[in-house]
Each structure stands twice: as structure tokens, then as C-alpha cells.
Design a protein around this ligand. Structure first.
Ligand code: ANZ
Ligand code: ZN
Length: 798
């Protein structure tokens, strides 16, 4: 009679698989495409963070199936990349072998959780049948001028011997190994994501992402509208271009600061200042850009000895060099307005540069800090008394007519470095011909398979290990037949993951990336959940690729994901990040073994608000297990024929709550609602009958699929609980008898009290006017109007 998870979980997993109840097939029903971030099959196996996101989307998928949707909930493996390559280098085990082993382990683990994936659609980015299409996408980008080669100063990790994208450099260190990154020039494949910058911002209006995720997307793109102004250098026939978002402050410019790498530095320094400037530049080179541009960092600089002229009034302005100015943004020079920019303010305080007020606002206090808001112009000649916004326009127009300014838009987003000098990635399908230059491989020759090699270490020259395989590199040009060399760079990890959702629509198609009918039926993804660590780059890159494919006429819409949410991280019991070296890792296998998959699932959904980071608690796990045991014995021991009115009302209220909570990803409150109900049922066994318990099982089925299936069959049901209809609630039964009436006077909250649901305006008015608090406010004033919102509030206008 007691709940033994081991007996039932394997049994039902097998049955579901045999009956293929989670298989997705195109039909006339409305579809629902639920997506999780497909995992990287590392040697360490699944960690407890994976099931948090996977279970959440599993719950949604199961609920949608019960609601009658045709659900696609697929799974696959994002398996190219450095961890496996490094493992191969260390152990001599081939990356394919390691991947195969890791995938098998992950698969066993995921299956033990009872997730309702359609395993027939499993994909693997390292499978040539998959990466054929990753390479094909590259050829489309190349054909449409969105891929090009360029000599680029790249972030180079001397330890991994690899070029890194900016995003892979954290605190100026390699994201993977922690080594200090250096700059190195290398010819790289680039993708022109900057062409899509505006659309990637604008189209955020079309999708339903968490606000904070939209914000991240916008900030990474960093669109900034402003004015470019030239300042002529004194005694030199040159101009310095600065980019500013605040042309209204131009009368307040008291210095110009150039980035240490600015091209005019050498021509500008005077003999007297020469040594000082050179020393300064040498010192700042040692600091990373991150270190130099941090907002709270000390602002340092050195005077060049030269001056320029302010184009608005020909005033002489000293030119400085300072490393808080970024070389690669906005021309690498700024006009310093200490009174109205905080960084400039600190810089000016440090070096005794004049702080000149030109914008005045009510709360400006220049003795303490810069006044950075807009306001009225002062000390600004003909432009005095204008508002900032108007002044921006007028000053820009004035300077434009003089030919010394123009409006521009700058972006922080850079083109995407798409080459890696590594073995374990997709080969880039082009050859370099002596006669014809870069020639793409004909599409029929795809996939271009990774050749077999003995050693995976990158070469010391920084080329990929593929460069060492002479008979692979040497090839014929597909265009002229002459001698040519294969490209030896491979693609970054992002290449396989920026379009994987598309392949799920038609994973076995060997003619097309996916058929039109399949894409039209399944795309876009209806709900995508994953970690916040992927809501900047992976999201941006995959949106870009999808838009490009849309422009090429390949996919049916311009945005791949309708909705995107994110879960919080699971921390160790000690509040730190789980990590092998700290010895605080929880292995999901252990929890499944000891307490069962249902306990793990319900616990991870119950542990706290879904979007927040939360600490693991073994006591919490035990508590959830006790809850499931109670559900078990409630159903097993039940002998009540008819449920009481109270029990009925409670289960209908619970139905409404669980239904809404799942939609809002408030899984924890959905579960606590079920717990409250189970407590009630336990204390009132005579009042809770089979009909009510059936409903409870249906509500719990998406959370705890095994135990509910077992108990469902105990109640002599034939068909799987997961193929039942999602329960509905009767609004009449959940109507509250009382509500709190809010009373306002002239819109201000003055009193509140409980009254009967459904009372009329007249009845309510009578009660309200008897309240002391209200009487004392109204006294002899006249009530002009009464606004009554039934079952909510009454506002008296006096
Ligand atoms: C004068 C000024 C006055 C500015 C003022 C701001 C406030 P966003 O919005 O990020 O584009 N800037 C321009 N180029 C820079 C560079 N290479 N490194 C560091 N800072 C740079 O910021 C644009 C503003 O950042 C520009 O407007 C410039 O300072 C600074 F009251 O110009 B501003
Ligand atoms: Zn050729």
C-alpha cells in the first residue's frame, strides 16, 4: 500500500514509449511548439539546473496536450565545441566517441525524469546529416553578402590557442580557461549582423519576451542617435571628429579627450609633452578595455600640449589623452563637458579643467556632481533659454550649415566573428583558389565532413589542426579545376544552435533544411524557456539567422520565437554556485534513485519563484516526497461516495489557481495550492470523494506524471491520464461570498471593509456613508458623484 516510486516510474516510462503518446505529427489541431535550450552533452552528466527548465516546459507541454493542442516538445544535443575537444586532447578519446558516450548518458538521465519529449525528432549538431544544413546556411549567407573575410584584431587566448568573440571574453579573460586574452591580427570569417541592427530592435515589438530580456537585446545592440562634430586642430591642417548625444552642451566643452590609440595622437603631441604622453600610453596598454572603461574607475589622462577650436564659437580648447575613451566607438574621441557628464566631471576635477555650466535644471548641484538631465541653456550665446531638446536640433542645424556636423547613429554591436581555429566544429565549406579567390563548395557536395585526424591540438601558428592534414587541405577549385586549398577554420559553437528549432520541424528531411509545409505548420516556436545566460547572444544570433533566412525566402516568418522566458539558477545548499571543485554538486541521479523522478520534478518546481536563483534544500526534497506519499494514501484509502459542497468548491478553486499559475510560470504557488488542498482532504476524508480526487490527479499530472498515472489506473481508468482533458472549473462554484470593498474619496484610499458579493450601488452607498472614517472626511461637503465598480471599489467625488 505504501508509495514505492521505483516500482512505478520505470513501468510507466516504458509504457508511454511503447504507446508513443508524446509523438508529434502534423494534424488539423492547433499546434503548440515548446522549446528548451538543448543541452551540451558534457562528461559531467546532467546537473540539477537542467530539470528546472525542462520540467517547466514539460508541464506546459502536458497541459497543452490535455487542452487539445498538437504539441511539439523536442530534444537534441548541442555537441560541438571546446569542452569535448579539450577532453579529447587530454584523454586521447576521439571527440565523436566522447560525444556518443555523453549523449547516451544524458539520454538515460533525461528518460529517467519522465519528460514528454518526442524522441523520434532527436537531433545532434555533430551529426553530418545535421551540420550539412549548418554549412548550407553559411553558403546562403555568403551568397547574399552577409559573410565576408576580414583581417581583424581578434581576442586571442594563448592557452586555448583560439580566437574568441567579444562575448566569450569575461573580464578580459578567456571564458573557458581563465587565461588573460591578448589582441592578435588574423584573417577571419565575419557575419554582417550589423545590417540587421535596427530590425533586431524594432521587431522586439512583435514578440512576447520578458521585459528584462528585451532590454538586454537592446543594450547589446546599443543604438545611439547623436551628432558627429569636427573640431579643427590649431596649427595643424587636421580635424578631430567626436560623437555626442548632447550637442546642446557644446558651449560647455572645456577639453577634448582622445583614446590612447587615436590616429592623430602622434601628430598632436608637442615636444615638451612627448615623453609624458608616451609613458601614459604605455601604461594604459597594460590595462584591459574593461578595466579602463568601468564607470567607477579613476579617470586618468595626460595633456598633449595642443589645442583645437570649438566650432560653435572658435574658443581654444586643450586636447588631452585619456583611457576612459574607447578607441573603437564613435571615432575614439569625446568632447568633454564636465558640468553635464559624470565621467568628464571626475576627469576635470582630477586635472583642474574648467567646469562650465551650460544647462540649468532645478536640482543641479555642480559642487557635488555633474547635472546630466536636460534643462534650459545658459552661457550659450544665441541659444540661451532654449530647452535641451530644441537646442539639440538648432545647434546641430547651425553646425551642419557651417559644414562641421552631421547627424549619425552609432551602434555598440559589431559584426560577428564566425571563425574558430579548432577541430571540433563544422568545417567552413569554401576553398581558396589561386585564380578565383574564395569559392563556395557546390551545395551537392555538402556535408563537408570533418576529416579523421590523430591530434586535435591547435597549431602553434594559430591555425586549426585541419591545416596539418595536407591531403585534405589540397583540393581542386570547383569553379576552374585548378589547385586550391580548403578553408581550415571551423564554425563557432553558436552555428549549430542558432537554427536548431527549425530542424525539429522536419528532422529527417534529406532534401531540404525542412519542408515548407512543416515549417509553416510548426513555426514559430510558441514558447521558449532557458537560462538568462543565453538571452543576450544566443537569442540575438538566432534571431539574426532566422531573419536572414526569411529574407532569402526560406522560412515563413521573421521572428523565430513568439515568447521567451527564463528560469533562475539553482545554487548549492551553501548558497554558492554548484561546482565540482567545491564538492557541493547534487546529482539528479541520486535524487531520482532515492526519492523518485516525481519528487525531483515537483521539488524543483516548488523550491521558489521560477525566475529567481534559489538554494537547494534536501529537507525541501523530503517535504515534497511526504506530500506525494499523502496523495498516494489519500487515493488508495479513499472510500467516500460523495464529496461535500465544501470539497467541491475547494477543488474548483484549486483548478482555477493551478490553471492560471502554470500559465504565469508560478509553479511554486500552484503546488502549494495542491498541498493546501491535500491537507484539507486529509483532515476531512469523509467529505472528499473519488470525483474530487480524480480532479486533483489531473491537476497534478503535468507535475508528477508517474504517480498520477499509477493512481489514475487504480481508480479503474483505462486510458492514460496524460491523454485526458484538462479539468475545467465552474465559475459559479468559485464565486467568493465576500469581498473587500475599497472606498476612495477623490481617488484617495480612505477606508475598506468586507461586504457581501454582488451588492448593489445603493446598498453599498448606504453602508459606506455610515462609516466613521468616511463621515469625518465628508462632514458637510457635498457629494458630487459616486463611482461604483461592482465587487471592487467605490469612489466619492466631493
Ligand atoms: C558630450 C556629452 C555631454 C556627452 C554630456 C554626454 C553627456 P552613448 O549613449 O553610449 O552612445 N562618448 C562618445 N564616444 C565615446 C568613446 N569612444 N568612449 C567613451 N565615451 C564616448 O554615449 C554617447 C556619449 O558617450 C557621447 O556624448 C560622449 O559623451 C561619450 F553632457 O558627448 B557625450
Ligand atoms: Zn579557381
Amino acid at each position: 500500500m505504501t508509495y514505492k516510486h521505483k516500482k512505478i516510474e520505470k513501468k510507466w516510462q516504458k509504457k508511454w514509449e511503447e504507446d508513443k503518446i508524446y509523438k508529434a505529427e502534423k494534424s488539423d489541431a492547433e499546434k503548440f511548439f515548446a522549446l528548451i535550450e538543448f543541452p551540451y552533452p558534457s562528461g559531467a552528466g546532467l546537473h540539477v539546473g537542467h530539470p528546472r527548465s525542462f520540467t517547466a516546459m514539460d508541464i506546459l507541454s502536458r497541459k497543452r496536450r490535455m487542452e487539445g493542442y498538437n504539441v511539439l516538445f523536442p530534444i537534441g544535443w548541442d555537441a560541438f565545441g571546446l569542452p569535448t575537444e579539450n577532453y579529447a586532447i587530454k584523454t586521447g578519446i576521439r571527440p565523436e566517441e566522447a560525444t556518443k558516450k555523453n549523449v547516451a548518458n544524458f539520454k538515460r538521465q533525461l528518460k529517467s525524469l519522465g519528460l514528454s519529449f518526442d524522441w523520434d525528432r532527436e537531433i545532434n549538431t555533430t551529426d553530418p546529416e545535421y551540420y550539412k544544413w549548418t554549412q548550407w546556411i553559411f553558403l546562403q549567407l555568403l551568397k547574399n553578402d552577409l559573410a565576408y573575410q576580414d583581417e581583424m584584431p581578434i581576442n586571442w587566448c594563448p592557452s586555448c590557442k583560439i580566437g574568441l568573440a567579444n562575448e566569450e571574453v569575461i573580464d578580459h579573460k578567456c571564458e573557458r580557461c581563465g587565461e588573460e586574452v591578448v589582441q592578435k591580427n588574423q584573417k577571419q570569417w565575419m557575419l554582417k549582423i550589423t545590417d540587421y541592427a535596427d530590425r533586431l530592435i524594432e521587431d522586439l515589438d512583435k514578440v512576447n519576451y520578458l521585459e528584462k530580456i528585451k532590454k538586454q537585446q537592446k543594450e547589446w545592440i546599443g543604438r545611439s542617435e547623436g551628432t558627429e562634430i569636427s573640431f579643427p586642430v590649431k596649427n595643424l591642417d587636421k580635424e578631430i571628429e567626436v560623437f555626442t548625444t548632447r550637442p546642446d552642451t557644446i558651449f560647455g566643452v572645456t577639453a577634448l579627450v582622445l583614446a590612447p590609440g587615436h590616429e592623430l595622437v602622434n601628430q598632436i603631441i608637442t615636444d615638451k609633452q612627448s615623453q609624458k604622453v608616451k609613458d601614459y600610453i604605455k601604461k594604459s596598454k597594460r590595462k584591459s578595455e574593461f578595466e579602463r572603461t568601468k564607470l567607477d574607475k579613476e579617470k586618468t589622462g595626460v595633456f598633449t600640449g595642443s589645442y583645437c577650436l570649438n566650432p560653435i564659437n572658435n574658443k581654444k580648447i586643450p586636447i588631452w589623452i585619456g583611457d576612459y575613451v574607447v578607441a573603437s566607438y564613435g571615432g575614439g574621441a569625446v568632447m568633454v563637458v564636465p558640468a553635464h557628464d559624470q565621467r568628464d566631471y571626475e576627469f576635470a576635477k582630477e586635472y583642474g579643467i574648467e567646469i562650465k555650466e551650460v544647462i540649468h535644471g532645478e536640482n543641479s548641484n555642480l559642487d557635488e556632481e555633474a547635472y546630466t538631465e536636460s534643462g534650459k541653456l545658459v552661457n550659450s550665446g544665441d541659444f540661451n533659454d532654449l530647452d535641451s531638446e530644441e537646442a539639440k536640433e538648432k545647434i546641430t542645424k547651425f553646425l551642419k550649415e557651417k559644414g562641421v556636423a552631421k547627424k549619425t547613429i552609432k551602434y555598440k554591436l559589431r559584426d560577428w566573428v564566425f571563425s574558430r581555429q579548432h577541430y571540433w566544429g563544422e568545417p567552413i565549406p569554401v576553398v581558396h583558389c589561386e585564380e578565383c579567390g574564395v569559392v563556395p563548395l557546390p551545395e551537392e557536395e555538402l556535408p563537408l565532413k570533418l576529416p579523421y585526424i590523430e591530434r586535435y591540438e591547435p597549431t602553434d601558428s594559430g591555425e586549426s589542426p585541419l591545416a596539418n592534414i595536407e591531403n585534405w587541405v589540397k583540393t581542386k577549385c570547383p569553379k576552374c579545376g585548378g589547385p586550391a586549398k580548403r578553408e581550415t577554420d571551423t564554425m563557432p559553437n553558436w552555428a549549430g544552435s542558432n537554427w536548431y528549432y527549425l530542424r525539429y520541424c522536419d528532422p529527417h528531411n534529406d532534401k531540404e533544411i525542412a519542408s515548407k509545409e512543416n515549417m509553416e505548420y510548426w513555426m514559430p516556436v510558441d514558447w521558449y524557456n532557458g537560462g538568462m545566460e543565453h538571452t543576450t547572444l544566443h537569442l540575438l544570433y538566432s534571431r539574426f539567422i532566422y531573419k536572414a533566412l526569411y529574407d532569402f525566402g526560406i522560412v515563413p516568418q521573421s521572428e523565430p520565437y513568439k515568447k521567451r522566458t527564463a528560469h533562475g539558477m539553482i545554487l548549492a545548499e551553501d548558497g554558492r554556485k554548484m561546482s565540482k571543485s567545491l564538492g557541493n554538486v547534487i546529482n539528479p541521479d541520486d535524487i531520482v534513485k532515492e526519492f523518485g523522478a516525481d519528487t525531483l520534478r515537483v521539488y524543483e518546481m516548488f523550491m521558489g519563484p521560477f525566475d529567481q536563483a534559489i538554494e537547494w534544500s534536501q529537507d525541501g526534497v523530503k517535504g515534497v516526497r511526504r506530500f506525494l506519499s499523502r496523495v498516494w494514501s489519500l487515493v488508495k484509502e479513499n472510500s467516500t461516495k460523495e464529496s461535500s459542497e465544501e470539497a467541491l468548491k475547494k477543488i474548483h478553486r484549486l483548478t482555477k489557481r493551478v490553471d492560471q499559475d502554470i500559465e504565469e510560470m508560478k509553479f511554486n504557488t500552484a503546488i502549494s495550492g495542491c498541498m493546501e488542498f491535500v491537507n484539507f482532504a486529509y483532515k476531512n476524508k469523509k467529505k472528499v470523494g473519488k470525483d474530487v480526487l480524480e480532479k486533483l490527479l489531473l491537476l497534478l499530472a503535468p507535475f508528477a506524471p508517474h504517480i498520477t498515472e499509477e493512481l489514475w489506473h487504480d481508480l479503474s481508468k483505462e486510458k492514460s491520464i496524460h491523454l485526458q482533458d484538462w479539468p475545467e472549473y465552474d465559475p459559479k462554484l468559485i464565486k467568493k461570498e465576500e469581498f473587500v470593498l475599497i472606498i476612495q474619496i477623490n481617488g484617495k484610499l480612505r477606508d475598506k471593509f468586507k461586504v457581501k458579493t454582488g451588492i448593489s450601488k445603493e446598498e453599498a452607498k448606504e453602508l459606506v456613508l455610515q462609516r466613521n472614517k468616511i463621515k469625518s472626511k465628508i462632514k458637510d461637503k457635498k457629494i458630487k458623484k459616486i463611482i461604483y465598480v461592482p465587487n471592487k471599489l467605490m469612489n466619492l467625488v466631493i
